[in-house]
Design a protein. Structure first.
Length: 378
């Protein structure tokens, strides 16, 4: 396999480090001056090759929460993940302790080998091979990569973060959920084409590459300053009907989405259709409950039980909450809605986004019924 992964440079020993520290001027003082943002970004992206400078920055980061937060805000943030993981596991004499140069190098090597895919990295797929071209997105659960086959067909490959799938059982359940997602046969759902073990440490699934369609988040952002990007009521109703139908189909197969939001809803260029990605959590699957954490506590599309990490309370009503929040976004970027239609839609939004699960629509079919009554007012 042709791999071009970035390798961590050799780091001097602690004794040699202190000799260098005494002999060479520091580029910044660890206790007073934080590294400049450009220096942190270069470090995060692996563009610093000087071993002494890497040791200085890593020693500083071990002590500075402010710089760790700056790393977290960057993309990719795998180094920040590695730093947090190593810091959480610090023990005297542990080779993974960030207080030692060897420990830092080991931690970074583990993170780079388990999270990143290098350009031109390849994977067998039947009689063809995937060839990784570039990263196309970073999500809460993993990164997405653009890849092609020898036939030049394009695919989106999703690799979960190593911090998410930490045991063989998690990998097995992830692949079982991918198998379940393949049962979704709906024109508006992007389902796995292939899934399995990428290598000894990583699992993956692939879907057909959606293309250059904008997602709902991109359209909503553009619509704020340019009303030509806004939907008309007919477009909005058509697209939301499709969203309800996709979720209804998934729920009928006992599959949750769990994280519906504008990032994973793509709109075709003629605005006639949506494509929804990232389905695939079985209702009886337990591993994703264990993996849930407040990754984005301010995310308005996460249900309260998801934000509060009440994992065992997540069910179809959690998806219903997210759909209601998406409807609220849609109505904000739709022009020329008459007052009667707006009142009916707002009732659907209110009913689907209540804080208590017991006060929301209890099934997607009940929400569809409420929506149908609302749009009859159009």
């Amino acid at each position: 396999m042709d791999s071009r992964r970035r390798k961590s440079p050799a780091i001097p020993s602690r004794v040699f480090y202190f000799e260098l520290l005494a002999a060479k001027k520091k580029r910044f003082r660890l206790s007073k001056n934080c590294p400049q943002i450009d220096l942190l970004r270069a470090f995060n992206e692996g563009r610093i090759s000087d071993a002494f400078e890497i040791e200085q920055i890593s020693e500083h980061l071990r002590l500075c929460d402010s710089c760790i937060r700056q790393l977290d805000a960057m993309e990719p943030s795998s180094l920040a993940v590695g730093l947090r993981t190593a810091r959480a596991n610090e023990t005297d004499g542990n080779s993974d302790d960030l207080a030692t140069a060897e420990g830092f190098s080991t931690a970074m090597s583990k993170i780079n080998s388990q999270i990143s895919l290098a350009p031109s990295e390849q994977k067998e797929f039947g009689e063809d091979q995937y060839q990784v071209l570039s990263i196309i997105g970073e999500g809460n659960f993993g990164d997405s990569f653009l890849a092609k086959l020898d036939s030049n067909d394009l695919f989106n490959i999703k690799i979960p973060f190593a911090t998410k799938l930490t045991t063989p059982m998690h990998n097995e359940q992830f692949l079982a959920d991918c198998h379940a997602a393949q049962s979704l046969e709906h024109p508006n759902i992007s389902t796995p084409v292939d899934f399995g073990e990428w290598d000894a440490n990583r699992v993956y699934y692939s879907t057909d590459f959606i293309g250059n369609y904008p997602n709902l988040k991109q359209i909503a952002k553009a619509a704020v300053s340019d009303d030509t990007y806004q939907f008309n009521p007919k477009e909005m109703i058509t697209l939301f009907n499709q969203l309800l139908d996709t979720v209804s189909h998934a729920h009928s197969k006992r599959i949750l989405h769990r994280h519906l939001n504008p990032n994973n809803i793509w709109i075709t260029n003629d605005r006639s259709s949506i494509i929804v990605g990232d389905f695939g959590f079985k209702l009886d699957s337990r591993y994703h409950f264990e993996l849930l954490e407040p990754l984005a506590p301010g995310d308005p599309f996460l249900s309260p039980e998801s934000r509060n990490n009440d994992a065992h309370y997540i069910d179809v009503r959690s998806d219903i909450y997210a759909i209601g929040r998406i409807l609220k976004l849609l109505i904000r970027i739709t022009k020329d809605i008459n007052d009667e239609l707006a009142r009916g839609i707002n009732q659907v939004i209110t009913h689907s986004t209540r804080q208590r699960r017991s006060e929301r629509y209890q099934t997607i079919d009940l929400m569809i019924d409420g929506w149908s009554k609302a749009i009859q007012m159009a």
